[in-house]
Design a protein around this ligand. Sequence first.
Ligand code: 1YM
Length: 637
Amino acid sequence: MKNEYNDENIQVLEGLEAVRKRPGMYIGTTSVVGLHHLVWEIVDNSVDESLAGFCDDIEVIIGKGNTITVKDDGRGMPTGINKKTGLSTVETIFTVLHAGGKFGGGGYKVSGGLHGVGASVVNALSEWLEVYVYRDGEVHYQRFEHGGKPVEPLKVIDKCAQDRTGTTVIFKPDPAIFQETTVFDFNILANRLQQIAFLNKGLQIKLIDEREENKQSAFLYNGGIIEYVKMLNKNKEPIHDDIVYIEGKEDDIIIEVAMQYNDSYNSSIFSFVNNINTGDGGTHEDGVKRALTRIINNYAKKAKLLKENDESLTGDDVREGLTMIISCKHPDPQFEGQTKGKLGSAEVRKIADDIFSEGFERFLMENPEEAKIIIDKATVASRARLAAKKAREITRRKTPMDAFNTIGKLSDCTSRDATESEIFIVEGDSAGGSAKDARMPKTQAILPLRGKILNVEKARLDKALNNEEIRTIITAFGTGIGADFDISKLRYHKIVIMTDADVDGEHIRILLLTLFYRFFRPIVEGGYVYAAQPPLYKVVYGKNIKYVLTDEELAEYRATLPANAKVTVNRFKGLGEMDAIDLRETTMHIENRVLKRITVEDAIAADQVFTDLMGENVLPRKTYIEENGQFVENLDV
Ligand code: 1YM
């Protein structure tokens, strides 16, 4: 690079320096999430090129040294000189903040959405970055080092076939920025790349992990979101064969919907705008849901499947057991909300409603058998809803004495301050007894579970409300359930699942998490749920007592002792075997214990896990392994 800087260059460098000073402002966090964010920024440019109709092949390679290569077969980034910056367009894209968006007007852009900080931010946060552009029979190349500083201007390094076009970007994240980790996770990348492939039919995406031999995945879905719904329903029992698919375009806004009902009681509706998951919904989702309820009611009345004076089917009724993907492509979407996970663009509501109602009405007319199956399911849901309402009213009408009986197994804490109150849900009466003796009565409540709790993945709300263990939990939490749920009434800000470290304990833990996720989702999303970590061994060495959580930890501890040390190792078979002192010292006392916070990072993945683990099919449950990336478990001492 030349030694002289002009004003433009200095501004550019100051821009990238600002990114390095406050990376959080540009990519949210420098944790493992932020690290992967870098990949999405580059991949988004390739996906934009695919949305524009010029690219149908993307390849992502995780290199041995945790580098990332992204290749596409699009037009190749423009290589000419940019009038405003005096630099090549390639250099401008990689060194000027937000340049990408400004230069590429029109089209559907992923970068119009949630991330969209652009390639320059990736460059600024990389130790080095290289770009190759194949265009007009030439290979153009530029390298940047030390947080985005060009080594040389863009130059032609080779010839290539005239018809070879595309862009390749290779970068190595700067460990000085990503201090937590610079190791890429194959599964995180694979899940999102698969999702992008589902949302863009015909786009092929390959992921290759060079750190391990033969580790790669390729995603190509000619059926697009139809295949997405098929996958989501893979371990469910669909109640009609064909997946309903509706697509339309109005004012450059494209709406695509794929849906299929299954025999479960949950709805799994996921929506996207320009390939970005809108976890909080928005106008596209509202429009489709509104139309679904209206069209089903109209059809049911016309076909006499619903009688004149029957109550109308509600939104919840018609969505029971529904798996649905809504994908909206918008040239200039407006996002709302704290996490920008909600589409705000008002015009989309009517467009989504129009397109979906026309297509869905036609489907019902042309498929009267399916229509009857769907409406019967919603009618049963409606009856169950009315029954559950009655059951709830009975629960509410209980005298204080009745309420006391329901909650009789609970040893409550004396504090009424929810922020300091904790409830330990304990497997089995004997462990419950030890826990009662071990607790701090002021802030720690104990709820022993006797039987296995009901699997709510297979039961509707009215049946769940008849289950005693579940009623006790609902009463203890104080939040109510379903439409009555109110997080502000939560009586404990730490809900701690305390089960044995064996298969049964794991099963109970999953049953409880299923219950929480389906019926009390905000307590999971709000980070109120924890898992206790009881130790596996007690090691006595002379006067020293040490509790260890894992076999590895035991080996590590042994290695610190002299070779001929006389130690007694006691393996706890379960919580029931621990006395109150052991339990207090290791698992419950705030000073020593380690709690794992359980949060759900990705609702779509969590939904899938609960279906797989708790649904009708037994096989996925059998193949379930402890480590599942969906639940991020943070240590919280
Ligand atoms: C591996 C990353 O960035 N591909 C890519 C980027 C661009 C184009 C094609 C492109 C866009 C346009 C015209 C346009 C970008 N161009 C720009 C800008 N892959 C990757 N492939 N010609 C080529 O949008 O009009 C930004 S990104 F600003 F120059 F147009």
